[in-house]
Each structure stands twice: as structure tokens, then as C-alpha cells.
Design a protein around this ligand. Structure first.
Ligand SMILES: NC(=O)c1ccc[n+]([C@@H]2O[C@H](COP(=O)([O-])OP(=O)(O)OC[C@H]3O[C@@H](n4cnc5c(N)ncnc54)[C@H](O)[C@@H]3O)[C@@H](O)[C@H]2O)c1
Ligand SMILES: *[C@@H]1O[C@H](CO)[C@@H](O)[C@H](O)[C@H]1NC(C)=O
Ligand SMILES: CC(=O)N[C@H]1CO[C@H](CO)[C@@H](O)[C@@H]1O
Length: 335
């Protein structure tokens, strides 16, 4: 937490649909607590500045007492100067018929610039969360362009997948979501993300019980549950005709809240972080792991049992990220 009397946070893509929800979570105190003042920088591309003006007016009109200052800008230097936290939501969306490599190239250009700007202007202790897809690899690109900021200070959002998994378990077990603990999502934020409930438990009135013992349906836990979580984003798009926005903003808020303020003793959350080789994932890809957080520093949970089914699921999602890292490295070298 900042020792200043306010925290400075930048949100890129702030004129988008996630931004519209996220900014209010921040100024309400959901992210850093209801006593913590915030300076919020709303960044977007130039054509969206007019929209950001409107958002700023709405923030003023909401009379939230935690607001220290609202800045709107399209300039990376202005956006990133002296920030404590950066949430990078703005990116190039996938257009109809666009190849994966073209999407990667367009985003590489954006995250190279923003990585450099973070490196040059942000506080060296800045904590960065990348949301824009491909989130894991965009985070890697930003990190590679910010050599003066420790790699541990970069992350990507997989908390939405984590929350989706938790919600599915709570509904199936017919318990409150707050009683479901230690769900894990492993890997890439994509169709191969692997929601793992084997270490999870549920608090029942009679005490703690494993998720397997409460649900009593191994076929569901390894089948429909996994695929429901993996395709949940697409299911929301097909129903809403728009992608997840408020739930994504809530997940971003949870991620930053826990990173800043810590996790309760023994509680795991999932974060895409720079791999240190844990669980056989190559060093240097951004991979979703179970973590615990204390004093602003996360630790990857060690020593969890990995059975053959889990090994296969982790290997599959790892393969994606290794390939994507290779493409990104090639693209960066050509730039
Ligand atoms: N990781 C996750 O779990 C997760 C979940 C939901 C959405 N997403 C991703 O988040 C991103 C944003 O989603 P959204 O629904 O808010 O999209 P949106 O299209 O409503 O908003 C995106 C905003 O980013 C802006 N932008 C584009 N390039 C920019 C740049 N170089 N600098 C600053 N701003 C820029 C756009 O102008 C736009 O206002 C998308 O990439 C989406 O795929 C990720
Ligand atoms: C990894 O996930 C991203 C979404 O964050 C997706 O766009 C990308 O295609 C996935 N990578 C591969 C190689 O499938
Ligand atoms: C996870 C995290 O925030 N790690 C580090 C970020 O950078 C500062 C110093 O530059 C460290 O103190 C944090 O531990």
C-alpha cells in the first residue's frame, strides 16, 4: 500500500465497457478499502477523449468522497507518471476473420509502448494488471519492455475464470459463494484454462468438507464443470451480444484488492504471474497459478498434488502459452 495519503491508479481503455464499471468500483472503495483516497487516471485513445469527459462528469456527479483527482488523457507519459497501480484494459479487439498472429502484432505494438512508459514514468514499485486479450502474452510483452520493473510486478487477469468456477461450485452445491474456498484456475485465459477443485473445500454448518465430498459427482467435476467455465465468456457474449463487463470489472477489483491488501490466512486466489518454473511450467511465461498474498507480495502455492488428469490439462494450456511467447518474441524482434 502507498504511504501517501492517496493511491494513484491508471486505467487504460477507460472509455470502454469494463472501464465504465471498474472506475466506480475503484472510487467506491471496493479495491483499496473505504478509507483510501484515490487519484484515478482515465486513459484511452484520442478519439475517445470526449467520452472520457462524460465519464469524468458522471464521477463528479456521483459525489464519492474518496476521489482525490480524476485525470483524463491519451498520452502515455501523462497516464503512467508516478502511478502506484496500472490496469491495462485497452487493447485491439479481435475482428471478424482476424488471424491470431495479426491480433498479437496489433497488441504487441500497444503493450510495447505501455511497457516502456511504465518503465520510464511509473513508480518502480508499480503493480500492473493486464486485462486486454491475449492477456497473458500482452502482460509478457509489457514486462519485456520494462526492464527496470521487477517481473513479479506484472500480472494478468484470470480472476474472472476463478470467480466463474467458484460460482458454478456454489450453485451446484447449493451453498453461498463465500463458503467456497481454494478453487484454482491454471494457465492461459482461454478455452484451455483448467479449473481445478481438488484442493478446494466448502464450509458447511457441520464443518469443512472437500468439494468432491459435497458434490459427489466426479464426472461432472471433470466434465461439464470444466467446459462450462472454459466457455463461459462465449456464453455471455452469445446471450448479451456484448462481452462480460461488470463481472470482469468485479474480478479486476478482487485481483487488485487482494494484491494490495493480502489474502486471508490459508486462502488461495488465482493470478496470471511470471512463471518461476513451478509445476513444470517453463520459466518466463505468464501463467495462472494459485497464489497467496502478504504485504503486497504474492507467493505461488507450492507442493499441491498433481495427478495425471491435471498434468495433461496443465501441459495443454502451457503449450499454448509457450507457442504464443515464441510468436510474440518474433514479432518484437521485427518491430
Ligand atoms: N482477462 C479477462 O478475463 C477479460 C475479461 C473480459 C474482457 N477482457 C478483455 O478486456 C478488453 C476490454 O474489454 P471491453 O469490453 O472493455 O472492451 P471495449 O471495446 O468496450 O473497450 C476497450 C477500450 O480500449 C480502448 N483502447 C484501444 N486501444 C487502446 C490503447 N492503445 N490505449 C488505450 N486505450 C485503448 C478503446 O478505445 C476502448 O475504449 C478486451 O481486450 C477484452 O477481450 C479480458
Ligand atoms: C491464449 O489465450 C488468449 C486469450 O487471452 C487467446 O487469445 C489466445 O489465442 C490463447 N493462445 C493460444 C495459443 O491459443
Ligand atoms: C509482487 C510485487 O509487487 N513485487 C515487487 C514490486 O516491486 C517492488 C520494488 O521495486 C518490490 O518491493 C515488490 O515486492
Amino acid at each position: 500500500m502507498s504511504s501517501n495519503d492517496f493511491i494513484s491508479i491508471v486505467v487504460t481503455g477507460a472509455a470502454g465497457q469494463i472501464g465504465y464499471s471498474l472506475v466506480f468500483n475503484i472510487i467506491r472503495g471496493d479495491m483499496f478499502g473505504t478509507e483510501q483516497k484515490v487519484r484515478v487516471v482515465l486513459m484511452d485513445i484520442e478519439p475517445m477523449l470526449e467520452g472520457l469527459k462524460g465519464l469524468k462528469m458522471e464521477i463528479e456527479d456521483s459525489c464519492y468522497p474518496l476521489v482525490q483527482e480524476i485525470v483524463i488523457t491519451s498520452d502515455p507519459k501523462t497516464a503512467f507518471t508516478n502511478v502506484d497501480y496500472a490496469v491495462l484494459v485497452g487493447g485491439m479487439p479481435r475482428k471478424e476473420g482476424m488471424q491470431r498472429v495479426d491480433l498479437l502484432r496489433a497488441n504487441a505494438a500497444i503493450f510495447k509502448v505501455q511497457g516502456k512508459a511504465l518503465n520510464d514514468y511509473a513508480k518502480k514499485t508499480v503493480k500492473v494488471l493486464v486485462v486486454a486479450n491475449p492477456a497473458n502474452t500482452n502482460a509478457l510483452i509489457a514486462l519485456l519492455n520494462a526492464p527496470n520493473i521487477p517481473p513479479e510486478n506484472f500480472s494478468c487477469l484470470t480472476r474472472l475464470d476463478h470467480n466463474r468456477a467458484k460460482a458454478q461450485i456454489a450453485m451446484k452445491a447449493n451453498v453461498n459463494v463465500k463458503d467456497v474456498h481454494n478453487i484454482i484456475v491454471w494457465g492461459n485465459h482461454s478455452l484451455t484454462i483448467y479449473p481445478d477443485t481438488r484442493c478446494g473445500y466448502i464450509n458447511l454448518p457441520t464443518g469443512k468438507a472437500t468439494i468432491a465430498n459435497v458434490i459427489k459427482n466426479e464426472a461432472w467435476l471433470q466434465g461439464d464443470f470444466v467446459s462450462t467455465v472454459q466457455v463461459r465468456g462465449a456464453a455471455v457474449i452469445s446471450a448479451r451480444k456484448l462481452s462480460s463487463a461488470a463481472s470482469a470489472a468485479k474480478a479486476i477489483t478482487d485481483h487488485m484488492h487482494d494484491w494490495a491488501l493480502g489474502t486471508p490466512e490459508g486462502e488461495y486466489v488465482s493470478m496470471g504471474v511470471h512463471s518461476d518454473g513451478s509445476y513444470g511450467v517453463p520459466v518466463g511465461v505468464i501463467f495462472s497459478y494459485p497464489v497467496t498474498i502478504k504485504n503486497g507480495v504474492y507467493s505461488i502455492v507450492q507442493g499441491l498434488p498433481i495427478d495425471q488428469y491435471t498434468r495433461e490439462k496443465i501441459d495443454l494450456t502451457t503449450k499454448e502459452l509457450v507457442e504464443e511467447k515464441e510468436s510474440a518474441t518474433k514479432i518484437l524482434a521485427e518491430m
